[in-house]
Design a protein around this ligand. Structure first.
Ligand SMILES: [Mg+2]
Length: 358
């Protein structure tokens, strides 16, 4: 039996190659928290938290405080004998979902290494042969959106996620211009990031029906769950919830009232890989598909998310593109991106990814 011998909590600057805009905000950089949990034999588990106050309800200082406060519980714990006790304690927190995701990921990564298994095998093994991510085009003038899309398609990407939500008429122009120049072979999803009011959402959604859109993500503000249901009932394009579906409780409610066709799971919102699996399984029971998405995260949490996507068929939409936007990742190993958007997992035990200087 191995014991946890040390816990380190550190911060890394993450910089984007170029600013990324949505209807909510513009992002240029982030500071993410990382936890490294080491066992007596020297095995190390890595976890990442990308706290974002509006999404996870925690800022970096709060997240660091949370992670540091767990050190006493973690050090000396035997893995795997004490793992469930530790996880139950962590899951009891209502706040700090990004912090919880980091600790849980690190504990599972460590356990997988001790057990001599890959992360996916520890959780039951893969059911998918391959994984193909979309590439997200940020909110820009129509011409820039088209130029970027053409470049991406030229590189090999076949699924695009287009950020909308600043103005319904311009949004419609964006999608029309994209279809005019790309044709209909490219799969396209749109995300309004809460940018439309319910009337605008109906107006544009009706018009998007002719443009072969796979799904419309978070058309209305997060609290408008009845409006999501009404929209879903009146248009043919599947409706996805992101900001309305932060955690398992949100998803329970959405599923219960039949508000959505798709739920976007993010480790930072829901609190970790195990809850992500519970959300996927709950949705599957209700006939709701899942997407797996991300914030501004490095390969540490993205590799965990990719593993989760590989082990559930119900996670049918993959939006794990943030490593493609980051300028110089502070990590080594992890998920490998092919030019066509395919994501492959490393062959090592655990996540197969580490911080470059640890
Ligand atoms: Mg979204």
């Amino acid at each position: 039996m191995e014991r946890i011998s040390s816990v380190k909590v550190i911060v890394k600057d993450i910089r984007l190659k170029k600013p990324f805009r949505t209807a909510l905000r513009e992002e240029k950089a982030a500071e993410n928290a990382f936890i490294i949990i080491e066992s007596s034999s020297g095995a190390r588990g890595f976890g990442e938290a990308a706290p974002l106050t509006e999404v996870t309800g925690e800022n970096l200082a709060g997240c660091l405080g949370f992670l540091n406060s767990l050190k006493d519980d973690l050090i000396g714990a035997e893995i795997p004998r004490d793992l469930n006790k530790l996880l139950r304690k962590i899951h009891r927190f209502r706040g700090f979902p990004a912090g919880r995701a980091a600790v849980e990921t690190a504990l599972l990564d460590l356990y997988a290494k001790i057990a001599g298994l890959s992360f996916a095998d520890l959780l039951g093994g893969r059911v998918k042969e391959s994984l193909e991510t979309d590439y997200t085009i940020s909110l820009q003038p129509v011409k820039d959106v088209v130029d970027e899309a053409l470049e991406l398609v030229d590189k090999g990407f076949r699924i695009l996620k287009v950020k909308l939500g600043d103005d319904p008429r311009r949004d419609l122009e964006r999608v029309k211009a994209l279809r005019d120049s790309l044709g209909y072979d490219i799969r396209m999803r749109v995300d309004a990031n809460q940018g439309w009011n319910p009337k605008q959402a109906i107006w544009i959604s009706k018009r998007l029906e002719k443009l072969e859109i796979e799904l419309i993500e978070q058309p209305v503000p997060y609290w408008c769950v009845d409006e999501l249901r009404m929209l879903r009932e009146s248009i043919e394009i599947p409706i996805a919830a992101d900001e309305s579906a932060k955690d398992l409780r949100d998803v329970l409610r959405l599923v219960k009232i039949g508000a959505v066709d798709v739920v976007n799971i993010k480790l930072m919102k829901c609190g970790g890989p195990l809850t992500a699996l519970r959300i996927s399984d709950l949705c599957e029971e209700a006939g709701v598909k899942c997407m797996i998405g991300c914030g501004l995260e490095t390969r540490i949490s993205i590799t965990a998310a990719a593993n989760i996507a590989y082990i559930r068929d119900n996670i049918a939409f993959i939006d794990l593109d943030s490593p493609l936007f980051i300028d110089k990742e502070p990590t080594i190993g992890g998920a490998v991106y092919r030019n066509d958007g395919k994501i492959e997992l490393p062959h090592e035990n655990g996540l197969g990814v580490k911080l470059a200087d640890y």
